[in-house]
Design a protein around this ligand. Structure first.
Ligand code: AMP
Ligand code: GLY
Length: 432
């Protein structure tokens, strides 16, 4: 079977890397791909700004038997609808179902219908009404653009003034365009964050290994939020009881509520959680795997990913099996200094030390923002590399990931030095 992976980041490189190990997979195409994917996949630029017909033509012309979509934007924009209409096998929710990520208000309504635990909220289109609600509830409080905002549409506000500014930014100044023309104002949840991902075939939800990521740019979880500066799996905070609770109290009723509204959910469902003293509460849903969570989940999967995705696409997850390595995996994201503000960094800088990094035991360097310049790998984005390693436990995985990271250099590289700190604190002190 030929496989097409849509996307250009570290998550998609990890998919390509894992799928390339499958005896079921012949050729892998990546659109558009990156310099890392080019080692195992055939990378092509196929325009999608005007719709997905050209990409579907590409899939047909190349006898693609399965398309895996990495990022949320094409899913929310309806890539699955186009591929399914053309009889092409594709893994992901259709546009109506992808609204679980594409509209935070929609997600909140589904959670209400499902009785799934989440923070109290109200949605607003009017700035004065939103400000009045903020004053009523008090700070801290969270202001969220309803639609997709490339990870920047959430402001955790410590003061009323910050919350008013966030409301005005979105509803008055249109900082996120249409995506911010409705805002969701939400209770600020306190606890430890974790992510939980399931593959869904419309009937069965199949859980993957748990993981935790580090969203803030600087050590100690300081500074602005990013797409994720590192991750590790397993997530010690998700014990067996919590796992069962998430499946029973969140995943199952949410999938049922989606079906009741006529949106059978197929594809990946990522549940972003805050583990509070009152139990897990949903922060957000994503309709795809996390980045960099994918980089630490898939290396721990011992079984065939293509087989599991095939089972999901064909509605056979009830009989599917996956085996996981009984070890740990950690990923350190190397970013361009200045990220996450794209105005603050430059690209096109040569990257050295990739071969040395790959020599570190059980290390793999997943490319996020890279391109080939005159045959050499150069930086091409904010998050540049996801330096990943497995180890017998999180401490060993983290240590190996950092040893590999230290082999690599590019202009103004930035990475956090404390990936895994919560899990390591649990190992040392028996608590986070
Ligand atoms: P999101 O874009 O929804 O993943 O939110 C980005 C980050 O904002 C999350 O990873 C949390 O750290 C934080 N966040 C979002 N919603 C809340 C909330 N209700 N309470 C506390 N923190 C939140
Ligand atoms: N790393 C967080 C996400 O992918 O949403």
């Amino acid at each position: 079977m030929n496989v097409l992976v849509v996307g250009s980041g570290g998550r998609e490189h990890t998919f390509v890397w894992k799928l390339s190990q499958s005896p079921r997979v012949d050729r892998i195409f990546a659109v558009p791909g990156n310099a890392g994917m080019a080692a195992v996949a055939e990378c092509h630029d196929v325009p999608t700004a005007a719709g997905f017909d050209e990409l579907a033509d590409f899939a047909e012309a190349n006898d693609v038997g399965l398309t895996v979509v990495g990022p949320e934007a094409p899913l929310v924009a309806g890539i699955v609808d186009v591929f399914e209409e053309r009889g092409l096998r594709v893994f992901g929710p259709n546009a109506a179902a992808a609204r679980l990520e594409g509209s935070k208000e929609f997600a909140k309504r589904i959670m209400e219908a499902a009785g799934a635990p989440t923070g109290a909220y109200r949605a607003f289109t009017d700035a004065a009404a939103a400000r009045a609600y903020v004053d009523d509830v008090g700070a801290p409080i969270v202001v969220k653009a309803d639609g997709l905002a490339a990870g920047k549409g959430v402001v955790v506000c410590q003061t009323l003034a910050e919350a008013h500014a966030a409301v005005d930014d979105m509803l008055v100044d249109g900082a996120f365009g249409d995506a911010g023309s409705t805002v969701v104002i939400e209770e600020c949840l306190v606890g430890e964050e974790a992510s939980f991902t399931v593959f869904c075939d419309g009937v069965t939800a199949f859980p993957l290994a748990g993981s935790q990521d580090h969203k803030a740019i600087y050590d100690g979880d300081k500074g602005p939020n990013t797409g994720g500066m590192g991750a590790y799996s397993p997530a010690p905070v998700i014990d067996d009881a919590l796992h069962d609770c998430i499946m029973t109290d969140i995943v199952a009723p949410v999938l049922d509520a989606m079906e009741a509204e006529g949106h059978v959910y197929r594809g990946i469902l990522y549940v972003g959680l805050m583990v509070t003293v009152d139990g897990p509460k949903v922060i957000e849903f994503n309709c795809r795997l996390g980045d960099p969570e994918t980089q630490v989940i898939l290396p721990r999967m011992a079984s065939d990913l293509a087989e599991l995705i095939d089972a999901a696409v064909d509605g056979r997850l009830a009989d599917a099996e996956a085996t996981w390595r009984d070890d740990a995996c950690a990923c350190v994201v190397m970013a361009s200094g200045g990220y996450p503000d794209s105005a603050n960094y430059t690209t096109g800088h040569a990257i050295s030390g990739l071969d040395d990094a790959a020599q570190v035991e059980d290390a793999t360097v997943f490319h996020a923002g890279t391109s080939l310049r005159d045959g050499s790998v150069a930086t091409a984005g904010g998050r540049v590399l996801g330096v990943t390693a497995r180890g017998s436990d999180i401490a060993e995985a983290v240590d190996r990931a950092y040893r590999a990271t230290e082999c690599i250099d590019f202009h103004n590289a930035h990475y956090r030095r404390d990936i895994g700190h919560r899990a390591l604190a649990r190992m040392t002190h028996g608590g986070a």
